[in-house]
Design a protein around this ligand. Structure first.
Ligand code: OFO
Length: 168
């Protein structure tokens, strides 16, 4: 059984992942409006990843005999100042998610809950990748100053990104 505290924190983390999905969807829309469908695709793939992250927690709570409690999702940003700002926000967001995973892991360790601890290790590793990807993409966007032909090249490159469901 999950403690009340861990159940509530896992539900919060599931919500964080759905929030991520929604925020990235809004970023995808921003790039579609700029006719940069390749960069929009980058964010669509990100939304699929976040949905996967959320549903993995959903099923874990159920498997542990806990109660899934869906929460509200706030309206995401949509009026971004520039393409660079979008990627800055994406990196900022991933750093925030990493902090919340770490807090959740601290609680699992404190409660000596090995199952939750083990489950969360996947997320600890995943966040290293998520931050690296966000940071690299931001760096490349900054290199081209978020405009011009460089932006079109990045658009072409990001068009080929696809979602590969991670191993459970
Ligand atoms: Fe779920 O990793 Fe991004 O937010």
């Amino acid at each position: 059984m999950l403690s009340n505290k861990l159940q509530s924190e896992l539900n919060k983390q599931m919500n964080n992942e759905f929030v991520s999905e929604y925020e990235y969807l809004s970023m995808a829309a921003y790039f579609h409006c700029m006719n940069l469908d390749g960069i929009a695709n980058y964010f669509h793939v990100q939304t699929q990843e976040e949905h996967f992250h959320a549903m993995k927690i959903f099923h874990f709570i159920i498997d542990k005999g806990g109660k899934v409690e869906l929460q509200q999702i706030a309206k995401p940003d949509y009026d971004f100042a520039s393409p660079i700002v979008v990627f800055e926000k994406a990196l900022e967001h991933e750093k925030k998610v990493t902090r919340s995973i770490n807090d959740l892991m601290d609680e699992a360790i404190k409660e000596n809950d090995h199952a939750v601890n083990n489950f969360l290790r996947w997320y600890v590793d995943e966040q290293v990748e998520e931050e690296a990807m966000a940071s690299k993409s931001l760096g490349r966007m900054q290199l081209i100053d978020g405009k011009g032909e460089g932006l079109l090249l990045l658009d072409q490159e990001f068009a080929s990104r696809s979602f590969i469901a991670p191993k459970e």
